[in-house]
Ligand binder design. Structure first.
Ligand code: FES
Length: 353
């Protein structure tokens, strides 16, 4: 199960005016716990005015090989969100030598290196997990090629510009790099503008053999990911070849008329121990569990990160929204506890499965 540990900050590197990369040191005894797959993220936690504030940030460094030791450092990308409780702190206050509460890696936006053609469409900070995916794949799998299509406002606001250029230098034949800037004309390359569904429909077949791409990785703001997914579906790409990670979605009101049945209870198993507790009207199953088990895993509480994934053992739930679980996972019986409300009087969840 996901756990927090205090990890020292080894360095804070400024990437752009509004973003940094944080490097964290992992002591030898925790290296196996922090072993990660390319594309996973870490939740960071701090207490502000008595409230537990958690945010997830993707790891940007290459993943350790399965037969190598777990990582001695972890590097994540953090972009400033206006008014963001954690990102403001990360950009303005965190220094090398500080300690941060860091959850063990999680997330299923991952790629196991294998030969083939892969592609990503990313916007803004969506480059962060894809940088880890690309660098891991290209280093470990000589039979793999990668096409990165990235969209940013200007080159000055582009995160990991140098790291991506270095990868291109190292793998000129196997990495194809396409940049679209929305607010700046490039001397060479594509005209400026938004990377929307219509534009991608025309662009993608000209760039690569769409039907041969084994995995598409879409990451960034909701609008970009949704437009890219629709463009890929227009081009006949199968749903199971498309992987998505959305970085931020606005909160939504619960659907009208949705209520919790009277006397609802949730039974949950967590880290080998179980319990049964009453669900208060309107609250999510995660909130019920958290009131009784503060160690329940979560990060975003917004249906985006997937940290609160649990197996629905019995009963029925209604999920407000789901931007984290793949269709196969929901079919297999997994739910996001932070988005789930009971439909039946009794619901049973297993966080350990
Ligand atoms: S806590 Fe992030 S999806 Fe539930």
């Amino acid at each position: 199960m996901a756990r927090f540990h205090p990890l020292p900050v080894a360095g804070v590197d400024r990437l752009t005016d509004d973003s940094v990369a944080l490097t964290l040191t992992v002591p030898p005894e925790l290296r196996e716990e922090y072993r990660y797959a390319a594309g996973q993220h870490l939740a960071l936690r701090r207490v502000v005015d008595g409230l537990d504030v958690r945010r997830t940030y993707s790891i940007c460094s290459p993943a350790p090989a399965p037969d190598a030791e777990g990582p001695s450092t972890l590097r994540v990308g953090v972009r400033l969100v206006e008014g963001g409780a954690f990102s403001t702190y990360a950009l303005k206050e965190i220094n090398a030598g500080d300690e941060l509460e860091v959850m063990t890696p999680a997330g299923r936006f991952t790629l196991d290196p294998a030969p083939g053609v892969y592609a990503a469409i990313v916007g803004g900070s969506g480059i962060t997990p894809v940088l880890s995916i690309m660098s891991t794949l290209l280093a470990r799998e000589p039979g793999a090629r990668f096409c990165l299509i990235r969209s940013d406002r200007t080159s000055a606001s582009t995160m990991f510009l140098e790291e991506v250029a270095d990868l291109k230098d190292r793998y000129p034949e196997r990495l194809q790099l396409v940049t679209v800037l929305s607010r700046e004309e490039q001397q060479a390359g594509l005209p400026s503008g938004r990377l929307d569904r219509e534009r991608l429909n025309g662009l993608l077949p000209a760039l690569l053999p769409v039907e041969r791409v084994a995995g598409w990785f879409l990451c960034g703001p909701f609008g970009l990911v949704q437009g890219a997914e629709r463009a890929l579906r227009d081009l006949g790409v199968l749903r199971n070849r498309i992987h998505e990670e959305i970085f931020h979605v606005d909160s939504v009101a619960p659907p009208p008329g949705a209520t919790t049945p009277a006397h609802s209870t949730v039974t949950a198993r967590l880290d080998g121990r179980g319990g049964t507790w009453p669900v208060q009207d309107g609250e999510s199953l995660l909130d019920t569990v958290l009131r009784n088990r503060p160690d329940a895993p979560y990060a975003c509480k917004g249906g985006v990160c997937g940290t609160c994934r649990a197996f629905l053992v019995s009963g029925e739930v209604r999920m407000d929204r789901n931007f984290a679980l793949e269709r196969e996972e929901t079919k297999a019986g997994y739910v996001l506890a932070c988005q789930s409300h009971p439909v039946t009087e009794k619901v049973e969840l297993d966080f350990d499965r």
